[in-house]
Design a protein around this ligand. Structure first.
Ligand SMILES: C[S@@+](CC[C@H](N)C(=O)[O-])C[C@H]1O[C@@H](n2cnc3c(N)ncnc32)[C@H](O)[C@@H]1O
Length: 535
């Protein structure tokens, strides 16, 4: 590839090309050393990447060197470690927020128990340096744990670069943080911990039981427990974690634990036009808690939105009750006009699209394979139009080979939504019913990971749901709860809707879905007020 061709690639694509070529050139090399030395590499794509990175800030450069490393990992290992790094804009915004809540760069100790590419520690080192602290002082107050030895070495080097080469103290220790015996307590424990389900046989010790049900243990909940354990009283715990903890019975125990540990200061959303993490669509939130006592239900909790230009102005404030079964979404201005139903009342269940094409390209096939099923991309979804599979350039259909009975295969009535929208789109929720001819012809279909699939048994109620989800009344309620452009599956499951019978009647009367949705919310909330009075 010529130099001009590299120049036309996005940084992520260039990093992917460089990762493949570097792996081919150094099959047995130490990946951390390779990534830290791309500027000296004989691989032209690596040098092109180094040249690109040299135009960026140190933070961006560090982020991309770390990301290059993760792209070179075996994909299964990358997923197992959840090696997806916090972009600098989000790490900076979270550090700013911690500072606004009392984290003192001049005095406080910090731990990141899942240090990765030093997203937080390297930025904090930089800030400490900027306020004039000595390298020794900084090095003795920054602490990390990282399970991947090469990544730990890389982290260490990146922090050392911030400290002008100071290397007298090892800051990032290699190990499994969940099995580490905490040696100290910290003023700030900050982390974007790994996530992913664990079976009960994989967990060690008893601490998991404080934050998880035995049937649903997620690594990030275990890390949350660890973070509170090692934070000082009055210290801050600042986490970037999947949004699933915010609602639903599976995370009730985790919410109950957090409520028992301190004052919840912020439950934030993360907005970005693209995916927050390079290469993976994950719906993430921010949780900041001051350790000590139980959360006071009367205390104000901030529901900020973190975006590329930091924390957005005028965040919403609300309260979090001491009942852990309540959701932790931003307070809604629609609290007085509640429909009282959810997608479940329409018979629908929601899941993120299953197929991650750039991880599983080998499964993409021509349509001749008897097990090939058409793939629905987010770009195929147009509000209110029947959805049909098509390649992204519209020239044909992409197929994916899936086994009969696979959970990836959708064979029922489905409504699909775009999972990431951009800020220029008038609506957050963009929904379409999948044309029944797709299941009739191919026996099912597969959805790409940037979609959300709602599946249900009843064709009429699923079509009704698609109409409802595309109305402004529903969109406004969605936006009131989440300020981000990524659509949360969790929030969609909890989203307040008018009951199907009420919406159907209203639609029959007005024929205008927009009007019908408003009327249905109004009617449903009047009915529930009347029921409350007569009860
Ligand atoms: C989501 S990444 C975040 C890394 C970094 N702190 C950031 O914000 O970009 C999670 C990191 O945790 C590491 N990790 C996974 N399991 C771990 C464990 N049990 N103990 C310590 N680190 C772990 C992974 O290798 C990965 O680097």
């Amino acid at each position: 590839m010529a130099r001009e061709e590299y120049a036309s690639l996005s940084t992520l694509t260039l990093a992917k090309v460089a990762s493949r070529r570097l792996l081919a050139a150094h099959p047995d090399g130490d990946l951390s050393v390779i990534c830290l030395n791309i500027h000296k590499s004989s691989v032209s794509a690596a040098r092109a990447l180094a040249a690109r990175l040299s135009t960026l800030s140190i933070s961006e450069r560090h982020y991309w060197i770390g990301t290059l490393y993760t792209l070179m990992l075996d994909p299964h290992q990358r997923r197992r470690q959840a090696a997806y790094f916090t972009p600098p804009y989000l790490a900076e915004a979270l550090i700013d927020y911690a500072i606004s809540k009392g984290f003192d760069l001049g005095r406080h100790d910090v731990l990141d128990p899942a240090a990765g590419g030093a997203a937080f520690l390297s930025l904090i080192a930089n800030r400490m340096r900027r306020i004039g602290l000595s390298e020794v002082d900084i090095a003795y107050r920054l602490n990390g744990i990282e399970i991947d030895p090469a990544l730990a070495r890389m982290s260490e080097s990146l922090i050392e670069e911030r400290l002008g080469g100071f290397a007298d103290r090892q800051m990032v220790h290699v190990g499994d943080a969940l099995q580490a015996v905490p040696l100290a307590s910290y003023d700030l424990v900050i982390a974007n911990p790994p996530y992913g389900r664990l079976s009960i046989s994989e967990v060690v010790g008893e601490n998991w039981a404080k934050v998880a049900h035995s049937g649903h243990i997620n690594k990030y909940a275990l890390f949350a427990e660890l973070c509170f354990r090692v934070a000082k009283p009055k210290g801050l715990v600042a986490l970037v974690i999947p949004s699933s903890f915010r609602s639903g019975p599976l995370y009730e125990k985790m919410r109950s634990f957090v409520l028992s540990q301190g004052q919840i200061l912020a439950v934030g959303s993360v907005s970005n036009r693209k995916d927050v993490f390079a290469d993976v669509a994950q719906d993430v939130s921010v949780l900041v808690v001051r350790k000590g006592g139980s959360h006071k239900a009367s205390a104000k909790v901030e529901f900020p939105v973190f975006g590329p230009s930091g924390k957005a102005d005028r965040p919403a404030f609300g309260k979090i009750t001491s009942n852990p079964s309540s959701s932790w979404w931003a307070p809604s201005r629609f609290a007085d006009v509640r429909g009282g139903a959810t997608i479940a009342d329409y018979g629908a269940t929601a899941k993120a699209g299953y197929f991650v094409w750039n991880r599983e390209q080998e499964k993409m096939s021509g349509g001749d394979d008897p097990q090939a099923r058409p793939l629905i991309w987010a770009a195929n979804i147009r509000a209110g139009r029947p959805c049909l599979p098509a390649t992204r350039d519209g020239a044909g259909i992409d197929f994916v080979t899936v086994l009969e009975g696979s959970t990836a295969l959708v064979t029922d009535h489905a409504v699909v939504l775009q999972r990431t929208t951009n800020n220029n789109q008038a609506r957050r929720l963009i929904a379409a019913s999948v044309d029944p001819s797709v299941v009739e012809r191919w026996g099912g279909f597969v959805c790409e990971n940037h979609t959300i699939v709602l599946r249900g048994a009843g064709r009429r109620s699923m079509s009704l749901l698609a109409v409802l989800l595309n109305t402004k009344a529903v969109d406004d309620r969605y936006r009131a709860a989440s300020g981000t452009s990524n659509i949360s599956v969790q929030l969609l499951r909890q989203l307040d809707l008018p009951p199907p019978s009420v919406f159907r009647d209203a639609l029959r009367e007005s024929r205008d879905p927009e009007k019908a949705a408003e009327v249905a919310y109004e009617k449903a909330s009047q009915t529930s007020r009347v029921n409350e009075v007569s009860a």
